[in-house]
Design a protein around this ligand. Structure first.
Ligand SMILES: NC(=O)c1ccc[n+]([C@@H]2O[C@H](COP(=O)([O-])OP(=O)(O)OC[C@H]3O[C@@H](n4cnc5c(N)ncnc54)[C@H](OP(=O)(O)O)[C@@H]3O)[C@@H](O)[C@H]2O)c1
Length: 245
């Protein structure tokens, strides 16, 4: 058997593009989302809930226990901006879900993957989608930006731990500004809720949003590029594919 690959957020945007551009033809791919993805198996889970995290953790543990895979990979691309707005003004229940999805889920899912795959005599990769919002202040994105900052520091720390145990390679990758439903949603947000909206509208009008399939292919390239575990990367800082070394 080839690679065993979980992709969260596989029903849309970058996650769906990761399914389409997977570089290994013999891989078994499990797409984790509430809506069904195309081109791979579906593991339905709401990753803003403890139950959703447990569904994924059980699936990872079950499949690696019974399998003869050559490699295991989990890419966590599920994420959401909602509710966009100033912390004091948004719906508290929606805000709590944002915190659970963007800050807690990557850590809980990441821990489950590392624990379930520890000791397997094969290559293990854990890739978390992060964002420039981890270190740029965007009023209207307090929990989203804080969630991505948590992703970055979790990656550095758990990545260093794995390196100390000859374990998985843990990476966080910021994709740049990508033409997905997340960006459409952002452009539909009132300026009062997200004062930087105009910047993203302009990028869209100038045709400067990255193509999801190109971004996904670059993410797969990063996975096999030999970065040290714990690296936090931004595709915009890396040489474009085919660039002279
Ligand atoms: N697009 C950009 O410009 C950009 C920039 C920087 C970082 N990112 C990051 O890249 C990742 C992918 O974003 P995208 O642009 O591809 O967004 P997208 O097109 O809106 O897709 C988001 C994905 O996350 C899943 N998701 C959302 N809430 C979920 C929940 N409660 N449980 C399970 N899955 C959930 C959605 O699946 P269901 O709705 O079917 O559950 C969907 O598959 C995110 O982590 C995002 O923060 C994107």
């Amino acid at each position: 058997m080839g690679a065993l690959v979980w992709i969260t957020g596989a029903s849309s945007g970058i996650g769906a593009a990761l399914v389409r551009t997977l570089p290994w033809s013999d891989a078994e791919v499990i797409g984790v989302a509430r809506r069904a993805p195309s081109g791979c198996a579906h593991l339905p889970a709401d990753l803003a809930t403890e139950e959703g995290w447990a569904v994924l953790a059980r699936d990872v543990a079950r499949r690696v226990a019974g399998g003869s895979q050559s490699r295991v990979v989990l890419v966590h691309a599920a994420g959401s901006l909602d509710p966009v707005g100033f912390a004091r003004e948004v719906d508290p229940a929606a805000y709590t879900r944002n915190v659970l999805l963007n800050a807690a889920a990557p850590q809980v899912i990441g821990q489950a993957f590392l624990a379930a795959t520890a000791g397997l005599p094969l290559r293990r990769d854990l890739v978390l989608l992060t964002s420039g919002a981890a270190h740029t202040v965007y009023p209207g994105w307090s929990s989203y930006g804080a969630g991505k900052a948590a992703v970055d520091q979790w990656c550095r720390t758990a990545g260093a731990e794995e390196a100390a145990r000859d374990g998985a390679v843990v990476l966080a990758v910021a994709p740049g500004v990508v033409a997905t439903a997340m960006q459409e949603r952002l452009r539909a947000t009132p300026e009062a809720s997200f004062p930087a909206r105009e910047r993203f509208v302009r990028l869209h009008e100038q045709g400067r949003l990255a193509d999801p399939d190109e971004v996904a292919a670059r993410i797969w390239g990063v996975v096999d590029a030999g970065f040290a575990s714990g690296s936090v990367l931004d595709l915009r800082d890396l040489p474009p594919p085919g660039a002279a070394p």
